[in-house]
Design a binder for this molecule. Structure first.
Ligand code: MTE
Ligand code: LUZ
Ligand code: MOS
Length: 751
C-alpha cells in the first residue's frame, strides 16, 4: 500500500511547525549561545539588545520560575547558563521579538565578558584528565586472557570514527501557546512529546497536567529530536509563559548545525586473536566516547555500543570496556544506530587488519564467524530467530560474491586511473530500548458512530511511515477498509507517559497497543453481533472486508450498520490499550540479561569506484538481503532500507564533522557539510528475506528504522580495497572514518 502521507508531502500541503500560527500576536525567540567553548561568565549586558526595534524581552537563567535543568539521565545540563559555559553555542539568553529577523539582529548587540578556561575536544585527553560522565563499564564473555595463547594471529590497533550531523530537513522548532490559568500548550517537532512535557513542566515549575504537547509530524528526526527537541521547546515555552503570548522558535540551519547535538565521535583500541582457520577466538576493545559537554543520552548510547561489540559474529572470548568522556563540544546525542555503528566499525577495522596480517580474506573471516542460532552475545542473551547465516547465504546465492570479486579484479587489471573495491557487510541489531522501562506504549482508539476510526498513540511520524503502519494494523485488526482509519497527532493529553519514538521500536510498541485496543472494541462488537444474529458462541462471528460473517458465511450486516446498531445499544466504541514488551531483563552488576526482544539481520555487498587522480569516488553498487520478518509494508521498509543505507554511507565516506582545537565547528554551513545527494545514491538491489517469522513484534514484522544504517560501514572497506588496488605496498591503511577524498589522496600520494 502506498503511504497516505506521500501525496500531501509532494504537493507541499503537509503542515510543519513553521507553517503554524502565523498570526500577528506571535512572537519569535532566538537564543544567544556561548561564543567560546569553555569559560566563566564575568558579565553580560543586554541593554542595547533590549532597546533594539521589535524586541519584547531578553530572558536569562534568573527568569526561570522552575528548575534550571534539562538533564534527564544525569542532571548536568542547565537550560540557560548561570556562571559558566561549556561548549560553543551553550544557551545563555533568549531574545524575544516581534519578528525572527529583529531577534536575530538584536542578538548581535549583546555584550559579554567571558574568562576563557582550558578547552578539551578529544575523548582520550578527557579520559587522561579524569573527566568522565560516568564510570567505565565492561562486558565480559568467556575468558580472553586464558585464550590468547591459542591464537595464531594476534593484532592490535585503533580505529576512530567522527561525528555526524542529522541534517533533518526541518530544523529544531516549536511553538508555545499560553492557555487558561497559566497552563501551556506546546507544538513541538519532537520524537519525545512526553519528554518535552516533562522538561517544560520542570522549567516552569508546573505539574505535568498543566502542559500539553502536540506533535503532528517531523521533517526528519533521526535521533536528533529524541532528547534535544526538549531544549528548544523550553526556549519558547519560557517566554510564552512569562509574556502571555504565543512564541515560536525555528532554528536557522547555521544555529542548528552549531548548537545541537550530533552522533558521538569515538576513539577505540582493539586487540583481536584468530586461529589459522580464520576463527576469531578473542576480542578485547576499549571505546572512548566523546560525549560532549553534558550527559544527554550518552550513557545509554554507550551501553548500546557495548551491546553491539560483536555485531553479527560469535566470538567466544570478549572483553569490551567503554567510557563516556566529557569534552567541551556540543552534547552529542542519539543518531540512528545509537552507538551501535561505532562499535561495529571498530570490529570491521580489526577484521580488515587481521585479514592483511593473516592473508585470509576479510570476507572469509566474516563468514566463518557468523552467529548461529543459540550462540551467545557478550551480554549473555542467546541468538534466536537468527537470520545471520540465512541472509549471507541468500545474498551469495542471489548476487554471486565470487563473480563480483572476479569482475572487479578484471576491471582493475584493465584500468589505471580508476580502480574498484568491494566489501561485504553483515549486520545484527538488537531491538528494544536498553532502558527497559521505555519499552511500553499505549493507543487510544475511537470508532465513531458513522464507522470511521480515529487512532492516537505515542508514536511520532518523522518520515519513517509509522502512522501508515499503525493505520494498517488498525484496519487489518478491525477487518475494515484502510480509508476509514485516521491516525491522529501525538498528544500528551490523549496518550500519556509515552516513550520517545526511537530505538526503531515505534511501530513495534505502538502498533501492538493499537492492535490490542482494536481487538478490545472488535470483541465487544462481535459479542453484540453474535447476540443479534443468534449465534451459539461469539467465536462463530468474524469481521472481514467490512462484513460480518457467521460460521464463515457473509451475513447482510456490514461494518457501518454494525457500528450504528452497537451505538444505539450503548456499546462502548472506544478503547485504550497498553503494551509492554514481555521477557526483558538485565542485571547491571553482572552485565548479563535478555536486553532485546529480538535482533534484525542482513548482509550487503558494496562496491566503490575510485578515481586515483582526483581522489574522488562513488559507491557505485550495493546489493543486500535484509530481514524484515513479515513486513507490514514492504514499500515503506524498502524506503527505510535505502535511506538508512545511504545515511550510513554518508557517515563513513562523505560527511566530515571537524572541530578545531578551540572547540569551533569547521563544517558549520550547508556547503561545507556534505550529505549524500541524488548523485551519490548507488545502484541498489534490495531483497527482503522471505519465509521468515518473528513472534516478538506486531503482525510478525521486524523493526527496520535503524539497522540498515550499518550497511554503510561496508562502503568504508570497499573504498580501502580500491585504494589498495592503487598502492599494493606496506603502507598501513587508515581506520579513521569518514574516508573523505582528501584523506584518500593523502594516503595515495603521501609518504
Ligand atoms: N526515517 C525518516 N524518513 N526520518 C527519520 O527521522 N529516523 C530513524 C528511522 N528512520 C528517521 C527514519 C530513526 S533514528 C529511528 S529510531 C526510527 O526511524 C524511528 O522510527 P520507528 O521506531 O517507527 O522505526
Ligand atoms: N534510545 C534510548 C534509543 O533511549 N534507548 C535505546 O536503547 C535506544 N536505542 C536506539 C535508539 N534510541
Ligand atoms: Mo533513533 S537514534 O532511536 O531516534
Amino acid at each position: 500500500m502506498q503511504n497516505v502521507d506521500a501525496d500531501f508531502h509532494v504537493k507541499g500541503e503537509s503542515v510543519f511547525i513553521d507553517d503554524m500560527f502565523t498570526h500577528e500576536r506571535l512572537l519569535h525567540a532566538v537564543v544567544f549561545g556561548s561564543p567560546v567553548a569553555h569559560g566563566r561568565i564575568l558579565s553580560l549586558d543586554y541593554q542595547k539588545a533590549l532597546a533594539a526595534p521589535g524586541v519584547v524581552a531578553v530572558l536569562g537563567a534568573k527568569d526561570i520560575p522552575g528548575e534550571n535543568q534539562l538533564g534527564t539521565i544525569i542532571a548536568d545540563e542547565p537550560m540557560l547558563a548561570e556562571d559558566a559555559v561549556h561548549f560553543i553555542g551553550d544557551p545563555i539568553l533568549i531574545v524575544v521579538a516581534e519578528s525572527r529577523k529583529q531577534a536575530e539582529t538584536a542578538i548581535k548587540l549583546i555584550e559579554y565578558d567571558i574568562a576563557p578556561l582550558p578547552v578539551i575536544t578529544d575523548p582520550r585527553t578527557a579520559f587522561d584528565k579524569g573527566k568522565l560522565i560516568a564510570p567505565p563499564r565492561t562486558f565480559l564473555l568467556g575468558d580472553p586472557d586464558a585464550h590468547w595463547e591459542e591464537c595464531d594471529y594476534i593484532i592490535e590497533g585503533s580505529a576512530e570514527s567522527e561525528g555526524q550531523e542529522h541534517f533533518y530537513m526541518e530544523p529544531q522548532s516549536a511553538v508555545a501557546v499560553p492557555i487558561e490559568r497559566g497552563g501551556i500548550k506546546v507544538h513541538s517537532s519532537s520524537q519525545n512529546p512526553t519528554g518535552v512535557q516533562k522538561g517544560v513542566a520542570k522549567i516552569l515549575g508546573l505539574p505535568m497536567n498543566r502542559v500539553e504537547v502536540d506533535t503532528r509530524r517531523l521533517g526528519g528526526g533521526f535521533g536528533g529530536k529524541e532528547d534535544q527537541a526538549t531544549t528548544w521547546a523550553t526556549m519558547c515555552a519560557l517566554p510564552a509563559f512569562l509574556l502571555k503570548r504565543p512564541v515560536k522558535i525555528v532554528l536557522s540551519r547555521h544555529a542548528d548545525l552549531v548548537m545541537t547535538g550530533k552522533r558521538h565521535p569515538y576513539a577505540s583500541d582493539y586487540k583481536i586473536g584468530l586461529r589459522a582457520d580464520g576463527k576469531i577466538l578473542c576480542y578485547e576493545v576499549m571505546f572512548y566516547q566523546n560525549s560532549g559537554a553534558a550527559a544527554d543520552l550518552s550513557t545509554s548510547i554507550l551501553e548500546r555500543t557495548l551491546f553491539h561489540t560483536t555485531n553479527s559474529y560469535f566470538i567466544p572470548h570478549v572483553k569490551a570496556t567503554a567510557v563516556c568522556c566529557r569534552t567541551n563540544l556540543v552534547p552529542f546525542t542519539a543518531f540512528r544506530g545509537f552507538g551501535g555503528p561505532q562499535a561495529m566499525f571498530v570490529l570491521e577495522s580489526a577484521i580488515y587488519r587481521a585479514s592483511e596480517v593473516s592473508g585470509i580474506s576479510a570476507q572469509a573471516i566474516q563468514q566463518i564467524n557468523l552467529l548461529s542460532e543459540g550462540d551467545s552475545f557478550p551480554y549473555g542473551q542467546k541468538a534466536e530467530y537468527s537470520q545471520a547465516k540465512k541472509c549471507w547465504q541468500k545474498a551469495d546465492e542471489l548476487y554471486r560474491f565470487d563473480g563480483i570479486y572476479k569482475e572487479i579484479e578484471t576491471f582493475n587489471r584493465h584500468h589505471s586511473r580508476y580502480k574498484k573495491g568491494v566489501a561485504t557487510m553483515p549486520i545484527c541489531f538488537g531491538i528494544s530500548f536498553t532502558a527497559i522501562h521505555l519499552n511500553q506504549a499505549r493507543a487510544l482508539v475511537h470508532v465513531y458512530n458513522d464507522g470511521s476510526v480515529n487512532v492516537s498513540t505515542g508514536a511520532v511520524e518523522m518520515g519513517q511511515g509509522v502512522n501508515m503502519k499503525i493505520l494498517q494494523v488498525a484496519a487489518h485488526t478491525l477487518g475494515i477498509n484502510p480509508s476509514r482509519v485516521r491516525v491522529e497527532t501525538t498528544n500528551t493529553s490523549r496518550v500519556a507517559n509515552t516513550a520517545p519514538t526511537a530505538a526503531s521500536s515505534g511501530s513495534d510498541l505502538n502498533g501492538m497497543a493499537t492492535q490490542f485496543a482494536c481487538e478490545d472494541i472488535l470483541g465487544r462488537l462481535i459479542r453484540f453481533a453474535a447476540e443479534r444474529l443468534g449465534a451459539d458462541h461469539p467465536d462463530r462471528v468474524t469481521v472481514a472486508n467490512e462484513t460480518v460473517y457467521l460460521n464463515g458465511e457473509a451475513t447482510d450486516l456490514d461494518w457501518n450498520h454494525l457500528v450504528h446498531l452497537a451505538y444505539f445499544s450503548r456499546i462502548n466504541l472506544s478503547s485504550e490499550a497498553h503494551y509492554a514488551t514481555p521477557d526483558l531483563h538485565f542485571d547491571k552488576t553482572t552485565e548479563k540479561g535478555r536486553a532485546f526482544a529480538y535482533h534484525v539481520f542482513g548482509t550487503a555487498i558494496i562496491e566503490a569506484t575510485l578515481d586515483g587522480l582526483l581522489g574522488t569516488y562513488d559507491i557505485s553498487r550495493v546489493k543486500l538481503v535484509h530481514d524484515c520478518g513479515k513486513s507490514i509494508n514492504p514499500l515503506i521498509d524498502r524506503g527505510q532500507i535505502e535511506g538508512g543505507l545511504v545515511q550510513g554511507i554518508g557517515w563513513q565516506v562523505m560527511e566530515s564533522l571537524t572541530f578545531r582545537a578551540d572547540g569551533s565547528l569547521v563544517n558549520a554551513t550547508a556547503d561545507s557539510y556534505k550529505i549524500p545527494d541524488i548523485q551519490s545514491i548507488p545502484d541498489m538491489e534490495i531483497h527482503i528475506l522471505e519465509d521468515v517469522d518473528n513472534p516478538h513484534a506486531v503482525l510478525h514484522s521486524k523493526a527496520v528504522g535503524e539497522p540498515p544504517f550499518m550497511y554503510g560501514i561496508g562502503a568504508y572497506f570497499a573504498l580501502l580495497n580500491a585504494m589498495r588496488a592503487f598502492r599494493d605496498d606496506d603502507k598501513p591503511l587508515p581506520f579513521h572514518s569518514p574516508l573523505t577524498p582528501e584523506r584518500v589522496l593523502m594516503w595515495l600520494y603521501g609518504k
